[in-house]
Design a protein around this ligand. Structure first.
Ligand code: ATP
Ligand code: LTN
Length: 336
C-alpha cells in the first residue's frame, strides 16, 4: 500500500489584494510543497470580518482569492481549496477551543496589539480570539505542517499550546502541527517603511507590490522605494533596511544569493539595482496575472470546484469535530 501523505494546512484572509509579501512568504511555499503533502487551503473569510468589510467588495475579493490560489498553480482537483465560512466545523471547534485558551495567552499576541492600534474604533472580541479560530482551522484537519510567513509564528505557537493542553486532558485527539517558513521571503518589508512588513491593508499603495499590479506600476514602485543615502548595494539589515529588503526580494525572485547580488551591482548606483528588481518581479508576476484573467472568465469551472471542495473539507473536518465532542462529553445527537 502507498504510504499516506502527511497533511498540510494554510490559508489567507480575504482582506485586500494579495501582495508580493503574501506570495513570497506563503503562496509560493504552498506550491512548492503541494505535491508532497495532502493539502487543504482555506479562503479565511471568517477571519476577515474581524475588520469591517464592504459586503459587495468582500464577496468578490473572496472569490478572487480562491481563483488566485488556482492561478498561482494549486490544482483544485488535487488540493482541497475552500471557503472557511462554508464549513461550519470551524465555528464550532473555535467555540470549544475558546474554553481551553487563557486570556493571558491571548493578551500576548502581537497581531492583536497591532490591529487594535490600527482599528481603535473597532476592537472587537473576534479580533481578540482570532488565534483560537486559527487553531481550530489547523487542528480540524489534523495538519502536520503549516506554511506561513514569519508574522504568523506566534499564532502557530498558541495553536500548539492549545492542542497539547487538550490532548493532555483527553488523550491524543489533535496532531501537533509544525510551522514552516521558507528561507527567503518569509518577511517582505514595506517599500515605504522597511521597518514594517509589507501588508495588503497598508493605506499607502506605494508601500506594497500587488500581485495584479501592471509591470510599469511595479517598476515605478521599486524606483520610489525608500533606501538610504549611500549608493552601495550591500546587505546590512540594521543600517540599510531598505536596500536589504530589495536584495531579499531580488534573491527570492531570481534565486541568486546575496553575495552574487552584491557582486552583480558592485559600483552601480541604486537606480540600476532598483530597475533590475522591478524587471524581475514584473517577469515573475506576468504569467500568474494571465492565468488569473483566464480563470475569471470560467465561472462554471470555479463554481464546480468550490462545490466539490466544500464537501471534502466538511467531511474531513467533521471527523475531528465528532471525536472532540465525544471526548468532552457532549450528549449524542439523535435524529430520526
Ligand atoms: P493584512 O494586511 O490584512 O493583515 P496580510 O498582508 O498580513 O493582511 P494575511 O492574509 O494576514 O496577509 O497573510 C497571508 C499569508 O501571507 C500569511 O502566511 C502571512 O504570514 C504571509 N505574509 C503576509 N505578509 C507578509 C510579508 N510581508 N512577508 C512575508 N509573508 C507575509
Ligand atoms: N492568520 C493567518 C490566516 C490564517 C491561517 C489559518 C494561516 C487563518 N487561519 C490557518 C494558516 C493556517 C494570516 O495569514 N493572517
Amino acid at each position: 500500500m502507498a504510504e499516506e501523505k502527511k497533511i498540510l494546512y494554510s490559508g489567507m484572509q480575504a482582506t485586500g489584494s494579495l501582495t508580493l509579501g503574501n506570495y513570497l512568504g506563503a503562496l509560493r511555499n504552498w506550491i512548492n510543497l503541494n505535491e508532497e503533502y495532502e493539502c487543504f487551503f482555506g479562503v479565511m473569510d471568517m477571519h476577515s470580518i474581524t475588520v469591517r468589510q464592504n459586503p459587495t467588495e468582500f464577496r468578490q475579493r473572496a472569490r478572487d482569492l480562491f481563483a488566485l490560489y488556482v492561478a498561482a498553480g494549486l490544482d483544485p482537483e488535487k488540493n482541497c481549496i475552500y471557503f472557511q465560512s462554508h464549513v461550519s466545523s470551524h465555528a464550532e471547534l473555535s467555540w470549544i477551543l475558546n474554553c481551553y485558551t487563557y486570556m493571558g495567552e491571548l493578551n500576548r499576541m502581537t497581531q492583536f496589539k497591532d490591529k487594535s492600534a490600527k482599528h481603535a474604533d473597532n476592537i472587537n472580541a473576534g479580533l481578540y480570539t482570532y488565534p483560537v479560530l486559527m487553531a481550530a482551522d489547523i487542528l480540524l484537519y489534523q495538519a502536520d505542517l503549516v506554511p506561513v510567513g514569519k508574522d504568523q509564528l506566534q499564532h502557530l505557537e498558541i495553536t500548539r499550546d492549545i492542542a497539547q493542553r487538550f490532548n493532555g486532558i483527553y488523550g491524543d485527539v489533535f496532531t501537533i502541527p509544525e510551522a514552516y517558513t521558507g528561507k527567503i521571503g518569509a518577511r517582505v518589508m514595506s517599500l515605504q517603511d522597511p521597518a514594517r512588513k509589507m501588508s495588503k491593508s497598508d493605506e499607502n499603495p506605494n508601500a506594497s507590490i500587488f500581485l495584479m499590479d501592471d509591470g510599469n506600476v511595479i517598476r515605478k514602485k521599486f524606483k520610489r522605494a525608500v533606501t538610504d543615502s549611500e549608493a552601495e548595494v550591500r546587505y546590512d539589515v540594521a543600517n540599510k533596511p531598505g536596500i536589504s529588503n530589495l536584495m531579499d526580494i531580488y534573491s527570492a525572485t531570481t534565486g541568486k544569493t546575496l553575495e552574487e547580488i552584491e557582486r552583480e551591482f558592485a559600483g552601480c548606483g541604486y537606480g540600476d539595482f532598483k530597475g533590475a528588481v522591478g524587471d524581475a518581479v514584473a517577469d515573475l508576476l506576468t504569467p500568474l496575472q494571465e492565468r488569473f484573467a483566464e480563470l475569471k472568465k470560467d465561472k462554471e469551472y470555479i463554481d464546480r470546484v468550490i462545490r466539490a471542495n466544500d464537501e471534502k473539507a466538511f467531511y474531513a473536518s467533521q471527523k475531528t469535530l465528532r471525536k472532540v465532542k465525544k471526548k468532552i462529553g457532549f450528549t449524542e445527537i439523535i435524529r430520526c
